[in-house]
Write a protein that binds this ligand. Structure first.
Ligand SMILES: NC(=O)C1=CN([C@@H]2O[C@H](COP(=O)(O)OP(=O)(O)OC[C@H]3O[C@@H](n4cnc5c(N)ncnc54)[C@H](O)[C@@H]3O)[C@@H](O)[C@H]2O)[C@@H](O)CC1
Ligand SMILES: Nc1ncnc2c1ncn2[C@@H]1O[C@H](COP(=O)(O)OP(=O)(O)O)[C@@H](O)[C@H]1O
Ligand SMILES: [K+]
Length: 498
C-alpha cells in the first residue's frame, strides 16, 4: 500500500475533499448514493433475504447515506424500517434529496424500542458530530447497544469523534463501520478504534488528489519501505551501524541488554553497553556474546566514546537510574551530534531538567527520538497547557514533537509517532501481550538499531513500532520481552524482502 492510501484525513479535510470533488463536477448526491450503496452492501452480506433491518437516520448527510442504504436494502428483499431523529422537513441538500427517494414510512426515533429488527444501521451522526449525544439520540444509542444485535455504523459510530476517537457521553458500539475514501484518526485512536468493529473503506469517487496534502498516516510498511536500510555486499559491521546503549548499575543489567539485543536483531552491526564501572562484571557474565560492554563512569567517558565517528546512534534510559550520573549522561547526549533515542529514566531526567525537555534539547545537532508512555508523557508535557489541552492524542504528540524538535513516539495501544515537521502516524499493530515488563526497552532498541543504520528518524520510529507490534501479535499472551528481539529477523524477511 502506498503512503497516499495510508493517509488519514480529519473531518475538516474530508469535507474539503468532498467539496473539491463536487466542484470538479461530481454532484454530492452521486457521492451519497455510492456511500449508501456501500453501507447496503455491508448489510446485505450480514443478513438473509427477508431479514428485518432498522435504519436510524440523523439530521445531516450521515442520515442521507442511511436513506440511500434503506432504499437499496428494501429493493433487495430486506424488511426495512426507517427511523429519523428530527423532522423530515428540516433535512436539507443531498440528505433531503436522498430522503425523497425513500417512499416507505419514516418513524420518529422514539419508536426504536418497538421492534429492534435483526440488524441496525447507525446513520445518526458522522463527520458532523459537534457535541455529546443527549436526550432521544443518546437513549436510542443506549438501546441499540443493549440489544446486542449487530450494528453497522455509517462513516463513524455515532458519538465517536472522527478527529480524536474520543467519546463524550455515549457512543454506538458497532460491529462494522463503513467509511469513505480515507480513514480518519478517530477510527484508529482509542477508544474510537474499539467501537468501530471491523472497518471497511469504500471508494465513493472522491478525487485521490484530495488526500495529497495529508500529513497523518496509518502506520504500515508502505510508509517506510523505501527508506528501509539495505546493505550492499561490500558492507562491514561499522557501515551496518554501531549502537551505544547507556546503562546504569548492577541492579539494572537486564533492561539495557534487551535494548541492545533488539538493536542487533534489527540489523545494527555492533552494540556496546556503556555501564557504571561497578556493573561491568555483571554485564560481562551475561549473553549474548555478540554484545560488548565498556564502563562509562561519567559524561566525559560517554562523550569520548560518542566522539568516535563510527558510533552511529546512542540510546539511554532503560534502567539508567535517576541519580547524578544519569542526569549528567542525558545532558551529554543532549549536547552530542549522534542520533539518539531517549526512553524511560532518561525521559524522567529530561522532565526534571531546568526548563524541561525542550530547553535541554534546544541545541541538539542530530535526530532525537523520545519514547514516552502515558505517564512519562504527562511528566514531560503535562505542565504545558498548549499541549495538555489537546483532546486528541495525535495532536498532543504532534505539538510535543514540535516543541522539542524531536520525534515523539507516544506509546500505548494506539501509539502515535510524530515529527517536528508535522508528520504523524498512528500504529495499530500489537496487543495486550505487549503490556509486559521490558517491552518498551525492546522498542527503544529497535528504533536505535534502525537509526544506527541511517534510516531517517520518523520512518525508523514508525518501522520499529510496527514490527514490535507484529512481533507481539505473533508471540501472543505469554511472551516475555526477551522473546521480542528474537522474533524480528523472521518478520523482516517476510515483510521486507530484499
Ligand atoms: N457530500 C458529502 O459531504 C458527503 C457526506 N457523506 C456523509 O455525510 C456525513 C457528514 O454529514 P454532515 O456534515 O451533514 O454531518 P452529520 O450528518 O454527521 O450531522 C450533522 C448534523 O447533526 C447536528 N449535530 C451534531 N452533533 C450533534 C449532537 N450531538 N446532537 C444533535 N445534533 C448534532 C449538526 O448540527 C448537524 O445538523 C459523513 O459522515 C458521511 O456519512 C457521504 O454522503 C459522502 C458524501
Ligand atoms: N494493549 C496494548 N496494545 C498494544 N501495544 C501495547 C499495549 N500495551 C503496551 N503496548 C506497547 O508495549 C510497550 C510498553 O512499553 P513501556 O510502557 O515502556 O513498558 P516497559 O517500561 O515495561 O518496557 C509500548 O511499545 C506499548 O506501545
Ligand atoms: K454514524
Amino acid at each position: 500500500m502506498q503512503a497516499t492510501e495510508l493517509a488519514l484525513l480529519s473531518t475538516g479535510q474530508m469535507q474539503q475533499a468532498d467539496a473539491m470533488t463536487i466542484a470538479a463536477g461530481r454532484p454530492g448526491i452521486v457521492l451519497m448514493e455510492r456511500a449508501g450503496a456501500a453501507v447496503a452492501a455491508a448489510a446485505l452480506a450480514r443478513s438473509a433475504e427477508g431479514a428485518a433491518i432498522t435504519v436510524v437516520c440523523g439530521p445531516g448527510n450521515n442520515g442521507g447515506d442511511g436513506f440511500v442504504a434503506a432504499r437499496i436494502l428494501r429493493e433487495r428483499g430486506r424488511q426495512v424500517r426507517v427511523l429519523l431523529h428530527g423532522r423530515l422537513e428540516a433535512l436539507t441538500g443531498d440528505a433531503a434529496a436522498a430522503s425523497a427517494r425513500w417512499d416507505g414510512p419514516i418513524l420518529p426515533l422514539a419508536r426504536i424500542r418497538e421492534a429492534p429488527g435483526y440488524l441496525f444501521i447507525d446513520a445518526l451522526f458522522g463527520a458532523g458530530l459537534t457535541r455529546a449525544l443527549a436526550g432521544e439520540a443518546a437513549a436510542a444509542v443506549a438501546f441499540m447497544n443493549e440489544t446486542g444485535r449487530p450494528i453497522i455504523a455509517v462513516d463513524v459510530p455515532s458519538g465517536v469523534s472522527g478527529d480524536t476517537g474520543q467519546v463524550d457521553g455515549i457512543a454506538v458500539k458497532a460491529s462494522e463501520t463503513v467509511t469513505f475514501f480515507r480513514l480518519k484518526p478517530g477510527h484508529l485512536l482509542l477508544p474510537g478504534r474499539s467501537l468501530c468493529g471491523h472497518v471497511s473503506l469504500s471508494d465513493i469517487g472522491i478525487l485521490p488528489e484530495a488526500a495529497a496534502g495529508a500529513a497523518t498516516f496509518r502506520n504500515d510498511v508502505g510508509l517506510w519501505r523505501d527508506v528501509w536500510p539495505r546493505h550492499g555486499l561490500d558492507t562491514h559491521k561499522f557501515r551496518r551501524g554501531a549502537v551505544a546503549v547507556v546503562a546504569g548499575g548492577v541492579a539494572g543489567v537486564g533492561a539495557p541488554r534487551l535494548s541492545a539485543r533488539a538493536a542487533l536483531r534489527i540489523g545494527a552491526g555492533l552494540a556496546t553497553i556503556l555501564c557504571e564501572p561497578a556493573a561491568l562484571m555483571a554485564h560481562a557474565a551475561r549473553g549474548p556474546d555478540a554484545l560488548m560492554q565498556r564502563s562509562a563512569a561519567d559524561a566525559a567517558a560517554l562523550t569520548a566514546f560518542l566522539d568516535d565517528p563510527r558510533v552511529s546512534a546512542v540510546l539511554a534510559g532503560p534502567a539508567l537510574g535517576l541519580g547524578e550520573r544519569g542526569a549528567e549522561l542525558v545532558g551529554a547526549i543532549a549536547g552530542c551530534a549522534t542520533p539518539a533515542v531517549l526512553d524511560a529514566d532518561a525521559l524522567t531526567l529530561l522532565a526534571r531538567a531546568p526548563g524541561g525537555a525542550a530547553a535541554l534539547l534546544a541545541g541538539r545537532r542530530a535526530a532525537c527520538v523520545l519514547t514516552p508512555h502515558e505517564g512519562e508523557f504527562q511528566r514531560l508535557f503535562g505542565g504545558e497547557a498548549g499541549i495538555a489541552k489537546e483532546r486528541s492524542k495525535l495532536e498532543r504528540a504532534r505539538k510535543a514533537a514540535r516543541r522539542c524538535g524531536a520525534i515523539v513516539v507516544y506509546k500505548g495501544a494506539d501509539t502515535v509517532v510524530a515529527a517536528p515537521d508535522g508528520r504523524a502516524a498512528i500504529n495499530t499493530t500489537g496487543g495486550p501481550a505487549l503490556a509486559t515488563a521490558g517491552s518498551g526497552d525492546v522498542l527503544a532498541g529497535l528504533i536505535c538499531g534502525l537509526l544506527a543504520q541511517g534510516m531517517p528518524a520518523f520512518e525508523a520510529s514508525c518501522a520499529a513500532a510496527w514490527l514490535h507490534g507484529r512481533a507481539g501479535e505473533r508471540l501472543g499472551i505469554g511472551l516475555i520481552a526477551d522473546d521480542l528481539p528474537e522474533a524480528i529477523p523472521a518478520l523482516m524477511r517476510e515483510t521486507l524482502p530484499v
